[in-house]
Design a protein around this ligand. Structure first.
Ligand SMILES: NC(=O)c1ccc[n+]([C@@H]2O[C@H](COP(=O)([O-])OP(=O)(O)OC[C@H]3O[C@@H](n4cnc5c(N)ncnc54)[C@H](OP(=O)(O)O)[C@@H]3O)[C@@H](O)[C@H]2O)c1
Length: 185
């Protein structure tokens, strides 16, 4: 079974988004997202990023699709011709995973990352495919209109992996910390 990890930045009031964008501007945190979702041990393989329609459209036009990763968009209302030819479109997460598994491309995938938004995170965390949650805890409240769902109790916090910067980070006066949860078997 093809598994996935989830990556999100969440503020103190559990918000992740506001007005179709991120509620904060944290350049290094976004760089961590980019580096983490791009990282591969085997350079012949590729990572996949799976996201909901609104998250995909929230990426500035000149930055999408996200480079060096296969972009998959989940939507029932978009048509394939509304997306670049190298972006895959599926109606929901399980269909996307099942279709990725069926193709020869499956052997070329290293890590599948779920990158939001709210409903996609929820569906992902309750899937048996979900392995780890990479969550940046932002130690400040922000005005938000989209929130991170409650983490199921099966997930327990583990120590940072060697690639994760340790301890409290600070940018523009905002403190945050990189955390990892893993599903306990
Ligand atoms: N802080 C973070 O780490 C982070 C990460 C990602 C996004 N964001 C922010 O979150 C906001 C976007 O998230 P969002 O939750 O509003 O929208 P979203 O999840 O990006 O997109 C929602 C759409 O995705 C489709 N979809 C497919 N499967 C779904 C499922 N299981 N659950 C829900 N939708 C599904 C539906 O499209 P159709 O209606 O076409 O069927 C739905 O309307 C933005 O503000 C963005 O900046 C923050």
């Amino acid at each position: 079974m093809l598994k996935f990890n989830l990556i999100a930045a969440v503020c103190e009031n559990f918000g992740i988004g506001f007005n179709g964008d991120l509620p904060w501007s944290l350049k290094s945190e976004y760089e961590y997202f980019t580096q983490t979702t791009k990282r591969r041990g085997d350079s012949t393989k590729q990572n996949v990023v799976i996201m909901g329609r609104i998250t995909y459209l929230s990426i500035p036009k000149h930055q999408r699709p996200l480079i060096e990763r296969l972009n998959v968009v989940l939507s029932t209302s978009m048509r394939p011709n509304e997306l670049p030819g190298n972006v895959l479109l599926f109606p929901n997460l399980e269909t996307a995973m099942w279709r990725l598994e069926q193709t020869d491309f499956c052997y070329k995938i290293e890590t599948v990352w779920i990158v939001g938004g709210s409903g996609v995170y929820k569906e992902a965390m309750f899937s048996p495919r979900c392995h780890r949650l990479y969550i940046t805890k932002i130690y400040q409240q922000f005005k938000c209109d989209v929130y991170f769902p409650e983490i199921p109790t099966a997930f327990k916090e583990i120590g940072p992996d060697p690639e994760t910067p340790r301890g409290v980070q600070e940018e523009n006066g905002v403190q945050y910390e990189y955390k990892i949860w893993q599903k306990q078997l």
